[in-house]
Ligand binder design. Structure first.
Ligand SMILES: [Zn+2]
Length: 322
C-alpha cells in the first residue's frame, strides 16, 4: 500500500478520512496495545488475518466475536456511524478554540443534532482523566482560583427561569475550581461550593507540597501557608503585585466562558464537567499544531465507552471499561 501523507488541516483531514483504509491505518498506528501488530480483543491471540474486503480482522481461534473492526474497544464501538464522520468530528472539537456545537457538527457532517450531541460527548470522554503528577513540581508557581458558571435564563424552561431569576445571585450557579501551573497545565473541576474544606482538599490532591501558590483573598484559602508558599493578591485593591496574581487562571476562565456562552447555548450542570475538561484538553495542548493535538487525542480513544443511557443519567455506572 502506498503511504499517504497524514492530514495537517481540516480540509486535508476530511479528504483523508473519506477513505476507509486511511481511517483504519491511522487508528491502528495509534492503538498502544497493537504496537506489535493487531491482537484479537476477545482472546489476545496475535494469529489474526485481515479480511481486506470487509476491512475487518478474524481471529484464527474459534470463539464468539472472532471478527472485529478497528472500532472495537474504543469510544466508537458499536456506533453505526462511519469513521469518515467520527474522525472529522474529532478534528473539529479538539482544534476549535471555542469548541463546536452539536448543531454545527450536525450540519457539517450531515447527521442529526442528537447524534452529533452524543458523538461530541463520547469524544470528550476520551480526553478525560489523563493527569500525570502533581502541579508545581517543576518549581513554577501554581495559580488557584474559582469561578461561578450558570446557564442563561433565556434558554431555561419557564418554571426553572422563575426560580433562577428570583434566587440570589450565585445560588443556582455551579462553582468551578481551577489550578494552573505557570507555563504548564491547568486542572479544573466542578466543586461542591467554595467552603474551605472542599477547596483545600483539591489543592492538597493536585499541588505538590511546598510549591508556591497564588490565590485571591477568599477566606477559604486561609491556612494553606502551612503546606505551601502561599501568596495572596487582594483583588479589592489590585490585580497584580509583581508575580503575585491569578491572571493565568483568569485567562482560562475567559476561554471557558466564551466556549459556554458563545458556542454551547445551554449546558446542564450535570454535564458541565465534560465541557470544562474539553477546554482543559485544548488549553494543555495549546502549543501544538492541529495535527499533533489530533494525534494525541486519537491515542486516548481506546478502553473507553459511554452509552447513551449513562450519558443521560438513566443508569449509573462507570464510564470507563478496561
Ligand atoms: Zn481470538
Amino acid at each position: 500500500m502506498e503511504a499517504v501523507r497524514e492530514p495537517k488541516s481540516l480540509q486535508e483531514a476530511i479528504l483523508y478520512f473519506s477513505d476507509q483504509e486511511n481511517c483504519l491505518n491511522y487508528l491502528v498506528a495509534r492503538r498502544p496495545e497493537w504496537s506489535d501488530g493487531v491482537v484479537c480483543p476477545a482472546c489476545g491471540s496475535k494469529k489474526v488475518s485481515f479480511l481486506k474486503n470487509q476491512l475487518r480482522w478474524q481471529c484464527s481461534a474459534r470463539h464468539p466475536k472472532r471478527q472485529f473492526s478497528v472500532k472495537v474497544g474504543t469510544i466508537f464501538e458499536e456506533s453505526p456511524l462511519g469513521l469518515d464522520k467520527w474522525l472529522p468530528a474529532m478534528w473539529l472539537i479538539l482544534n476549535c478554540k471555542n469548541g463546536i456545537s452539536s448543531c454545527e457538527i450536525a450540519r457539517a457532517l450531515n447527521v442529526t443534532q442528537k447524534t452529533a450531541w452524543f458523538m461530541l460527548h463520547r469524544i470528550r470522554l476520551a480526553q478525560q482523566g489523563k493527569q500525570g503528577g502533581k502541579l508545581g513540581g517543576s518549581g513554577n508557581g501554581v495559580e488557584i482560583d474559582e469561578t461561578f458558571i450558570g446557564g442563561k435564563a433565556r434558554n431555561m424552561h419557564k418554571s426553572k427561569r422563575a426560580r433562577v431569576i428570583t434566587g440570589t445571585g450565585g445560588k443556582d450557579k455551579t462553582v468551578v475550581m481551577g489550578m494552573l501551573e505557570r507555563g504548564g497545565n491547568v486542572r479544573a473541576m466542578v466543586v461542591d461550593g467554595r467552603r474551605k474544606k472542599e477547596l483545600q482538599k483539591n489543592i492538597h490532591e493536585h499541588v505538590e507540597a511546598g510549591a508556591a501558590i497564588f490565590t485571591d483573598e477568599l477566606r477559604s484559602y486561609d491556612g494553606l501557608e502551612d503546606s505551601f508558599k502561599h501568596q495572596v493578591i487582594n483583588h479589592a485593591v489590585e490585580y497584580a503585585n509583581g508575580n503575585v496574581h491569578t491572571n493565568g487562571m483568569e485567562n482560562f476562565w475567559s476561554l471557558v466562558k466564551r466556549q459556554l456562552h458563545g458556542t454551547y447555548i445551554s449546558v446542564e450542570p450535570f454535564h458541565l464537567f465534560r465541557y470544562i475538561d474539553e477546554q482543559a484538553f485544548r488549553f494543555n495542548n495549546r502549543k501544538m499544531t492541529d495535527a499533533e493535538r489530533f494525534d494525541i487525542g486519537v491515542r486516548e480513544i481506546v478502553g473507553k465507552r459511554l452509552t447513551y443511557a449513562e450519558l443521560t443519567g438513566k443508569v449509573h455506572g462507570t464510564e470507563t471499561i478496561q
